[in-house]
Design a protein around this ligand. Structure first.
Ligand SMILES: Cc1cc2nc3c(=O)[nH]c(=O)nc-3n(C[C@H](O)[C@H](O)[C@H](O)COP(=O)(O)O)c2cc1C
Length: 164
């Protein structure tokens, strides 16, 4: 029986993730989009992966730039997530950012930043799997992350071990 997209979306929404904004600077313009499909892929060599939708208008420009920054969002950055989950317009207007070590935009207030070079892309249905080599990374704040679960945003609460 075929799996309906809505069922797929709804059940996979039970897999809670963090939220990032992936950015790049192409020519003279910054680009970015909100992205949850980030994975720590390999330690040796240091690879991360993420999956832009084929419909992404930013990714074709960012791919050309080749150097990206994965900005891991803090719990107080819901507005940043929503800004970068939109389409069209200048998403960076009024946003606080600076060029990172590789030139890609580093967003102020992010929890951590991972800079990487796009290494290879694989076609995968209506998305593309991007594998990128990490070139620089740092933690910026000691605050909880922004989380995404069942279509809603939230924060992290450490679990209590049994018997405590
Ligand atoms: C929490 C969250 C996670 C998202 N994860 C992804 C993702 O992994 N891949 C993707 O292509 N879009 C993802 N999106 C949607 C894009 O951010 C959205 O489609 C954006 O408008 C694309 O902008 P663009 O056309 O400038 O690329 C996510 C959105 C939200 C709110």
């Amino acid at each position: 029986m075929p799996i309906e997209s809505e069922v797929l979306r709804s059940v996979l929404g039970n897999f809670c993730t963090g939220v990032t904004v992936i950015t790049a600077f192409d020519g003279d313009q910054p680009y970015g989009f909100a992205c949850q499909s980030v994975t720590s892929l390999s330690l040796e060599p240091p690879f991360v992966s993420f999956c832009p939708a084929k419909t992404s208008s930013s990714w074709p420009k960012m791919r050309q730039a080749g150097k990206i920054c994965i900005n891991v969002l803090s719990e107080d950055q819901l507005d940043v997530c929503q800004r970068f989950a939109s389409r069209g317009g200048n998403k960076f207007e009024g946003a606080q950012w600076e060029h990172g070590a590789n030139g890609a935009p580093s967003l102020a207030g992010s929890l951590a930043r991972i800079e990487a070079d796009v290494e290879v892309e694989h076609e995968a249905g209506d998305h593309t799997i991007v594998i990128a080599r990490v070139t620089h990374l740092e933690v910026h704040r000691e605050v909880p992350p922004l989380l995404f679960f069942r279509g809603k945003f939230g924060s992290f609460v450490p679990a209590q071990p049994a018997g405590v």
